[in-house]
Design a protein around this ligand. Sequence first.
Ligand code: NAI
Length: 479
Amino acid sequence: KWNKADLAVADANLAGMGRREIALAEQEMPGLMALRREHGPQRPLAGARISGFLHMTVQTAVLVETLVTLGAQVRWAGSDQLSTQDHAAAALAVGGPEADGVPVFAWKGQTDDELWWCARQALAWPNGRGPTLLLDDGAGLTRLIHAGVAAERAAAGSVSRDAADPDTAPGSSAEDDALRRALQAPAGYWTDLAAAVRGVSEETTSGAHRLHRLADRAELLFPAISVNDSVTKSKFDNRYGCRHSVVDALNRATDVLIGGKLAVVCGFGDVGKGCADALRGQGARVVVTEADPICALQATMSGYPVVLLDDVIDQADFVITATGAPGIVTAEQLSRMKHLAVVGNMGHTADEIDAVGLARVPGVRLQPVKPQVDEWQFPDGHSVIVLSEGRLMNLGNATGHPSFVMSASFTNQALAQLQLHTRQGLTAGVHTLPKTLDEQVARYHLPALGARLTTLTEEQALALGVYVTGPFKSAHYRY
Ligand code: NAI
């Protein structure tokens, strides 16, 4: 039993509402419920201490309670300053009729220092122990630990202080300053903590990129499973989840009509594809910006003109960024937008829209409209609306993806945790779940949608070079 003082949520009284929404979400998360039924009695995660750092939503609560049902102990922090659903955090912390409470450190509207303080709490197990497993988003915990180990090595003189790792060393942003402050720990703390971690499972594209770069330089300290690289994650959550939640966020934030307006989607990867489809579904005229010729060609084939942001910025009614790269919409471009045009970011990091630069434009004034909706007024009298301070708009202005799509993502997460806990000999590289498990995740979700799978004949399977029971595709098939 955990010490009930060991939590930090906005308001424990919200637990009742959170619990009712968790019960509704469970109905929409067949993959996680199947894992509970099939594996719960054996408690295969017994002995695992999981530190989680991922958006603290209703759906995440169902994931955490699944991990507990599978035998794990869990401590949790939300991975974004604005994405926590306070009622979900309260319900998870307080527990329910069938679930003990879990230490949760998350509330909506955090400072950068509070975000990283919460991450530290998620890592701080009682009696000075650390986690055996990490469940990460944007490689947040992974980055914290690698930066901590690097600082200890530099202090011990084993590497040069100048050998800053571009993927983990804190940079010059305010958020990175907070991360730097969060590294304070007794000598050897981070090195010991890293040594005890059996592995990390990573949720999103941006985090997976960081893990791959660390692994390429042989600097990754423990095995990683990129959940994002499961087909049933990135081709569903990133695409269809965003198709649902981008419009939800725009409506809750501004409720301006989307139909007939000009919407620019920056980036036509999985997230951008979902956003573009959703905006077109609302009747918007959608154009796309891309750097990758393949994705640009895909956009044109889907009927989206591929343009330069500079050429359309003064006509756009909406600009949605979905690249994972910094500096996509500059302060200068923001200043050229139409009066009350809306700008929002769907990518993981907050620097796609230069909100920091915007604040420095001479004479610009911030007029908050309501939480997570800011009107920036320029000296000439016109304004732009920036959502969620440039952070993930679908989690800041709305409630993220719907449960069903998160069930597919989080079933992959739970399977990844099982693999990391039980498999011996995983190297400190970036792994993906085997295709059999990817296909199993899809299978868990088909009955709820009334889908019936055709069974291949032996002859057909032979001709295709697959087994009747799958896997149905080779590893390099792209879906
Ligand atoms: P992706 O790699 O499939 O797509 C990103 C695309 O942006 C690429 O095609 C790339 O060529 C393009 N791009 C990069 N720089 C560009 C530039 N300067 N101008 C125009 N296009 C540019 O990645 P994915 O999976 O679509 O993820 C994008 C971001 O969204 C990541 O940060 C990811 O972590 C995040 N994400 C957010 C979710 C949400 O709920 N809001 C869900 C899943 C992922």
